[in-house]
Design a binder for this molecule. Structure first.
Ligand code: KG4
Ligand code: ZN
Length: 336
């Protein structure tokens, strides 16, 4: 059987990335050009700045991905690209590059959903057995996703307001932590104790949805109140208390979904899947279940945005015959 090699692009937010993926499982090359430094002084991602950076590097990192994989265009079987969701101007750079490459080479084009990509980072680590269930937590999304096979996804739980990563970044700002704040708050959390007892929203509700805006407000009010009375709060305890509340809610709802749907595999995906507290807690709670699904926690460097995960998801679409044509467009609010 012939190997299938996919050249993938990702440019939905603040990383421009290219990769060559063999058979949906093997990373032959992965280039990630991060722009974080350019956005940090603004405290978040500035869309125009992101688009400009993507344009500046995308041709160069296309060549680099082929060179690092030691392949040529003739060795590639398809070209994949994140077509949504994300920042429209940022997405357009990747989509245009992929369409141009497809037109020039005659290779088939595959538009990939960014969320499907995050979940398929797991496929680069281990074999996913279906049905599978994923907790997809990133800067823009917090979802519980059910997969009956590699290309059919159903969202069974979602956030009503802020995404988990967004909440980390917002409280990080209050603590003076640079964007994106998740990694630092995670490290601080391990040096503190859950002393503040922040609210855990919607724990008793009969669904799989989340809400993080109440937690964020409680956190900000606590800090402002302490400021007013000139009280010094311990930043490690604040981080530990915030993280305990986030992880409690994510774990509680996800375990309930696993019990209800009995998946064969559980996947943690998205930028917040790099969170040590969440990784440990999910592993521990699943280990306690009677009917344990296999657990796949993607490699830390594949939790954030990257083109390898897009290449992995594209391979599944390739196998299912789900190709795009040159009318493919960026869709900032694309739904799974
Ligand atoms: O998936 P991602 O790279 O971009 C989106 O698609 O949104 O996720 C970025 C988010 C940021 O909000 C960042 O603060 C968060 O992931 N993050 C973390 C950790 N590492 C990154 N949040 C909690 N703990 C971490 N270790
Ligand atoms: Zn992402």
């Amino acid at each position: 059987k012939k190997d299938i090699r996919i050249l993938a692009y990702e440019s939905s937010c603040d990383e421009t990335s290219t990769a060559v993926i063999k058979n949906g499982r093997e990373i032959e090359s992965l280039i990630v050009a991060t722009q974080i430094k350019s956005h940090q002084r603004f405290g978040g991602v500035v869309p125009e700045v992101a688009s400009r950076h993507h344009i500046e590097v995308i041709s160069q990192i296309t060549k680099e991905a082929l060179a690092e994989a030691k392949v040529d265009w003739k060795d590639i079987d398809a070209i994949a690209v994140t077509s949504g969701p994300g920042l429209v101007g940022a997405l357009l750079i990747g989509v245009s590059a992929a369409k141009a490459a497809s037109m020039a080479t005659g290779l088939p084009l595959i538009g990939v959903d960014h969320i499907m990509g995050h979940i398929m980072a797991a496929q680069l680590k281990d074999e996913i057995e279906y049905p599978a269930l994923a907790l997809q937590v990133s800067g823009g999304h917090t979802e519980i996703v059910l997969m009956k096979d590699p290309v059919h996804f159903e969202i069974i739980g979602d956030t009503r307001d802020d995404a988990a990563g967004e909440a980390y970044d917002k409280i990080g700002r209050v603590l003076g932590v640079n964007y994106p704040a998740g990694k630092t708050i995670d490290q601080w959390a391990h040096q503190g104790k859950d002393t503040f007892n922040f609210p855990r929203a919607m724990m008793e509700d009969d669904d799989y949805d989340f809400s993080f805006s109440g937690l964020k407000s409680a956190f900000i009010n606590t800090c402002h109140h302490a400021d007013q009375i000139h009280q010094e709060l311990n930043k490690y305890d604040l981080a530990a208390s915030f993280q305990a509340a986030v992880v409690d809610v994510l774990a509680h709802k996800t375990i309930r979904a696993i019990k209800a749907y009995q998946p064969k595999t559980f996947i943690l995906g998205g930028g917040v899947a790099a969170n040590q507290g969440l990784r440990e807690r999910m592993s521990l709670e699943i280990d306690r279940l009677k009917n344990k699904p296999k657990v796949i926690l993607p490699e830390l460097k594949l939790c954030g945005d990257n083109a390898a995960m897009i290449g992995a998801a594209a391979y599944n679409l390739y196998q299912a015959g789900k190709f795009s044509d040159l009318s493919l467009n960026a869709d900032p609010s694309m739904e799974l």
